[in-house]
Ligand binder design. Structure first.
Ligand code: G3P
Ligand code: MG
Length: 248
């Protein structure tokens, strides 16, 4: 039961590990974010062909690794040999794609929090949620600081719910739709995470009245962050880990 563990996320959350300072969604990015004092991270997660959860934003490997084509077309043994750092900078060349297992070990060892966004390969929403539910039970066994799981795809959250009903779910929204609140409630979500342009004081209050938290992505300027914070926002995902100081 999520209520039996504390809400894990502080206000400031580093996007894709540490935004743009290091190759997104790699362990190097998490280390960079932690170096700037961030104690919570967002990352994107999908499955290899053989069902291993790993971190990658895009459907394809091309932008953020030395691989090519759909990420879900390779086994983990192949993905784990790719360079996920060289595209970013020479300094990070050779940085591997991060498995969820490696990230979990890092987070648990350093007692850091995570928002895992389910970013399924096309057609794999439910399966990705189901596998992730089993994996989180194994990897975070006995831990009080538990991940928060989010997705733009309700089916992925349903999959997670079926294999790990007690983990925290959050609905992601990039565009307004009238059904947003009832959708989040039907999914048993404890939070809604929207594009910051969709969030305002009224929606924050609506969420709080419904017993849910309100979070946004991706805010990179101080003024917007402070305005939303004053409106009662519970959390904010940012790329600007070198400019927005989380120690406050
Ligand atoms: O989880 C919030 C945010 O990461 C969603 O957008 O495309 O950066 O994954 P994207
Ligand atoms: Mg994301």
């Amino acid at each position: 039961n999520p209520a039996s563990t504390p809400w894990p996320l502080p206000f400031w959350i580093a996007h894709r590990g540490a935004g743009r300072l290091a190759p997104e969604n790699t362990l190097a990015a998490f280390r960079a974010g932690a170096g700037f004092g961030y104690q919570a991270f967002e990352c994107d997660l999908k499955l290899s062909r053989d069902g291993v959860p790993f971190l990658l934003h895009d459907d394809d490997l091309d932008r953020t690794s030395s691989g090519h084509g759909p990420a879900g077309a390779l086994d983990w043994s192949q993905l784990s040999r790719l360079d996920a750092g060289g595209w970013h900078s020479l300094h990070h060349a050779g940085e591997p794609i991060a498995s969820l297992e490696a990230i979990a070990a890092f987070l648990i060892a350093n007692q850091l929090a995570i928002n895992i966004e389910l970013k399924p390969n096309p057609g794999q929403a439910r399966q990705t949620g189901e596998v992730l539910g089993r994996e989180v039970t194994r990897l975070w066994k006995g831990q009080r600081l538990r991940p928060v799981f989010s997705s733009f795809q309700p089916e992925a959250l349903e999959g997670l719910r079926s294999s790990a009903p007690d983990e925290r779910r959050a609905l992601l929204l990039d565009q307004h739709r009238d059904s947003w609140l009832t959708e989040a409630q039907a999914l048993g979500c404890c939070a809604v995470i929207t594009n910051y342009r969709l969030m305002d004081r009224a929606r924050i209050e609506t969420l709080h009245a419904a017993g849910m938290r309100a979070l946004v992505y991706t805010v990179n300027d101080e003024a917007t962050a402070q305005r939303l914070r004053a409106d009662g926002l519970d959390g904010l995902i940012t790329d600007a880990v070198d400019r927005l100081d989380p120690a406050r």
